[in-house]
Ligand binder design. Structure first.
Ligand code: ZN
Length: 626
């Protein structure tokens, strides 16, 4: 899944992209009649919301989502405090200094110190949970496909990306059209744009990741988060979009960040529950499409609704909670306060002796990063406490200064507390961004090497590992486990390449920024041969027939192939919505592969050779297109 932001950006631009053909008029009208339809918006999430399928992932998604919700619960009061509560406190302190009221001043400062301490400690505790537990909350999502499990044990999230993918959407479309329900028809248009965006977007993501989701799911999620943040900053919200976001006076809308984008409102149904008719359509199409092949245990509409509810809760938090900005420094204390400032500096300097850089100072090990951040936060907390103590201990001396000097010094010291709390927030938040738990913020896009390494394959080596090369794809899974070191998601994998070879994405999409994948290119009609391939690779290498995906790849990869996500989605909808091709939506093997099955896992398949190896249980012996 390219992340939800890219999917929504494409979906919101569909009507414009579709306008070019006469056949598309029906679809354009459907989209134009209800430009803010949550059916179309949520449709563009395709099957991705099933990542939150409680029924299937159970405790694993419960643990991950609870952790993320608790993080937001911890962050929110800090943002409110830094942005709102501290100003009245500063004014009250100013008043107390002006009136020379040492007791009142002391009480105000003590309050400030304890609030800052409580909020900072809560953030430190959240970070500490990850450091001390060493549990990788992403590990349990290890795709069953990669484990070589039978297909009736897979997750629906994976299954809907790997099996009869287009047929599932077309089945829903035909059912919705027969029912004459424009809401459900809009849902299918959104869903089809998800397919178009996945087919083009996943190969782009994979080229940065180094391999497909099934082998690198945590890194995949991280890279998608960064691409989403990059795309959010790159594309302006068109005026039509703004109306759909329903920004009110209470909202802290931000034009360039995911936090504060309120994009969840594009997908929000009344009561934040899935409409019955949509759950019923989804389940009916699952049964119709997959009833005759081994498939994961049947869903009922309640299962779909439960996944939607958890997903929208997460997306709402991720897109509504804003950001705290660093406080503006006041003028430094004047010369009459020199002795007091020197005394303060001496007390604080002992806290910081031997400190690392913080903020990614731990290199590319996530434990190093978390530990460096936690260390930094501990020192900042101590600084806050010491600063407050210092002011209280020296109130008498401060109040002996001329009034303007006393005010200037107090304001400067209170700013140190304010800044400290903001630093705690920002250190912890960014460590969680690197863990893949939170979307990056706009200002993270200026942080190197991360902001380059995760959005452009040409820079993927900047956080470690080999350089990404067009000809060395896909890299095998790196072995790791539920417990212990999990920082590998930050580094381009140095593992061996899976054979046989494949292209990561079209050459013009390799080593460039995400806008090229999103809306730069129309397609090459020759690449339509991908739709009709019968086998991934020709059994006889001298056979160059376009019946084989790899042959079509080689013949077209110098150009844009299927085009960028927006153009390809529009073309799929405009030309073949009722009979969509069954692409593997993860770009799982390489570019343009239809769904394929592993040799050796079917009920009547002979065992494959060589035997699976531990770090890459799937032996990539490609069976037929299915
Ligand atoms: Zn997807």
């Amino acid at each position: 899944m390219p992340g939800p932001i890219v999917h929504l950006l494409v979906q919101q631009r569909l009507a414009t992209a579709l306008r070019r053909t006469e056949r598309s008029r029906e679809f354009v009208e459907l989209l134009r009649d209800e430009p803010c339809s949550p059916y179309a918006g949520f449709g563009s999430m395709g099957p991705d919301f099933l990542f939150f399928s409680l029924r299937e992932y159970g405790d694993a998604i419960g643990d991950l989502s609870n952790f993320i919700f608790e993080v937001y619960d911890t962050i929110e009061p800090i943002i409110e405090f830094v942005e709102e509560t501290i100003e009245p406190i500063k004014t009250a302190i100013d008043d107390a200094v002006s009136a020379i009221l040492p007791d009142e001043l002391e009480a105000l400062l003590a309050d400030l110190g304890s609030t800052a301490g409580t909020l900072g400690s809560a953030m430190l505790a959240k970070l500490g949970e990850i450091v001390t537990s060493e549990v990788d909350l992403f590990y349990p999502f290890y795709p069953k496909l990669q484990q070589g499990a039978p297909e009736d044990e897979w997750y629906w999230f994976d299954f809907l990306h790997y099996r009869r993918t287009g047929r599932f959407c077309s089945t829903m479309w035909n059912m919705a059209r027969d029912a004459g329900d424009p809401d459900l028809m809009r849902y299918c248009l959104g869903y089809a744009s998800h397919i178009g965006t996945d087919v083009v977007g996943h190969p782009y993501v994979n080229s940065i990741v180094g391999g497909p989701y099934r082998g690198h799911w945590h890194r995949h999620k991280l890279v998608e988060n960064w691409i989403d943040a990059w795309a959010r900053r790159h594309y302006d919200d068109p005026p039509s979009f703004m109306g759909c976001l329903r920004i009110g006076p209470e909202d802290t809308y931000r034009a360039n960040s995911i936090a504060g984008s309120y994009y969840s409102r594009l997908c929000e149904f009344p009561g934040r529950r899935l409409p019955d008719k949509l759950g019923e359509l989804f389940v009916a199409a699952q049964r119709e499409t997959y009833g005759d092949i081994p498939h994961p245990p049947d869903f009922n509409p309640g299962d779909v609704d439960a996944a939607y509810r958890l997903w929208i809760r997460w997306f709402e938090r991720a897109t509504s909670i804003g950001d705290a900005l660093a406080p503006t420094p006041p003028p430094p204390p004047g010369s009459a306060a020199t002795a007091l400032v020197t005394g303060y500096a001496n007390e604080i300097s002992s806290i910081w002796s031997g400190a690392g850089a913080g903020g990614g100072g731990g290199g590319v090990s996530i434990w190093g990063i978390f530990a460096a951040s936690a260390d930094c936060i501990r020192r900042v907390l101590e600084t806050i406490v010491k600063t407050i103590e210092y002011i209280i201990d020296h109130i008498a001396d401060i109040l002996l200064l001329p009034l303007t000097e006393a005010l200037r010094l107090i304001r400067w010291l209170v700013y140190q507390v304010h800044l400290g709390l903001w630093q705690i927030y920002d250190e912890a938040r960014f460590a969680l961004v690197l863990g893949g738990y939170l979307f990056p913020d706009e200002r993270d896009l200026a942080k190197l090497p991360w902001a380059e390494a995760f959005v452009n394959a040409g820079n993927a080596h900047m956080t470690g590992g080999p350089a990404a090369a067009f000809s060395t794809y896909p890299r095998k899974r790196q072995a790791y486990a539920l417990l212990g070191q999990t920082e590998i998601h930050l580094v381009y994998p140095g593992t061996l390449r899976e054979r046989p070879s494949a292209e990561p994405c079209p050459l013009p999409h390799f080593g460039v920024y995400p806008d090229v994948m999103i809306d730069a290119h129309s397609g090459d009609p020759k690449a339509d041969a991908f739709f009709f391939c019968e086998q991934p690779y020709p059994p006889d290498p001298s056979d160059t027939s376009p019946a084989f995906t790899h042959n079509v790849e080689r013949a077209t990869w110098a150009g844009p192939q299927l085009g960028s996500a927006l153009a390809f989605s529009a073309r799929l909808i405009g030309e073949r919505l009722d009979d969509l091709p069954n692409f593997n939506l993860d770009g799982d093997r390489g570019y343009g592969f239809l769904t394929w099955r592993l040799d050796g896992v079917g009920p009547t398949d002979p065992p494959v050779s060589p035997a699976p190896i531990e770090s890459n249980p799937v032996n990539v012996n490609y069976g037929p297109t299915v």
